[in-house]
Ligand binder design. Structure first.
Ligand SMILES: CC(C)(COP(=O)(O)OP(=O)(O)OC[C@H]1O[C@@H](n2cnc3c(N)ncnc32)[C@H](O)[C@@H]1OP(=O)(O)O)[C@@H](O)C(=O)NCCC(=O)NCCS
Length: 160
């Protein structure tokens, strides 16, 4: 049984555990590197969690994080879906879709009209999930990756 839990101020250790697990398990899926994140203590992790207006969610099984996602305001109309990860132990069971939908619901409730994300172009499982959840690829140029040539693919979902 996997439950979704919205992170609050006191949850920085859960956030820390989930994010380190994600960057360790799937380094190629994220622009951020484990080495950049795995430092600092409570204060630094708490600050990363507390982007104003953000919605941070972990998926828990037996009280341990098996997934994570963040919704972050970008501008008046647009919010961003970031940091999506599901543990290999529970992949293919719909947890990824539940995490995407919980951020989409938050974004809609918060008055945003678009939910945007950036994905590394070769990440087919993630791209398939995002398509299934209603995201389409845009013309927007994403950030340049470390190879200096490839750019992230930017996808967007209209919320209303
Ligand atoms: C991408 C990722 C988040 C998907 O998570 P997930 O929990 O496996 O996603 P879902 O289970 O919702 O969907 C995945 C597949 O399982 C299938 N599925 C969904 N519910 C299912 C169920 N109850 N039983 C069996 N299969 C199911 C879906 O149809 C989907 O199949 P597809 O291959 O045709 O798309 C996960 O693979 C991951 O964390 N990858 C590494 C990190 C990453 O790439 N993050 C994205 C960064 S942009």
């Amino acid at each position: 049984m996997v439950d979704l839990h919205v992170l609050t101020g006191g949850d920085w250790l859960l956030w820390h555990e989930a994010r380190i697990a994600a960057l360790t398990d799937a380094p190629d899926a994220f622009k951020s590197a484990l080495a950049d994140w795995d430092k600092g203590g409570r204060e630094q992790w708490g600050a990363r969690l507390h982007i104003p207006g953000a919605h941070n969610v972990v998926a828990l099984r037996d009280s341990h994080p098996v997934g994570v996602v963040r919704g972050v305001p970008a501008d008046a109309d647009t919010s961003e879906l970031r940091s999506l990860w599901v543990s290999p132990q529970v992949r293919g069971e719909g947890v990824g879709e539940r995490l995407v939908e919980t951020v989409a619901s938050w974004a809609l409730r918060s008055g945003f009209t678009r939910l945007k994300l950036a994905v590394i172009p070769g990440n087919q499982p993630a791209i398939a999930l995002y398509r299934r959840c209603g995201f389409v690829t845009t013309e927007e140029r994403g950030d340049l990756l470390l190879d200096g040539e490839t750019r992230e693919r930017v996808m967007v979902r209209r919320l209303r």
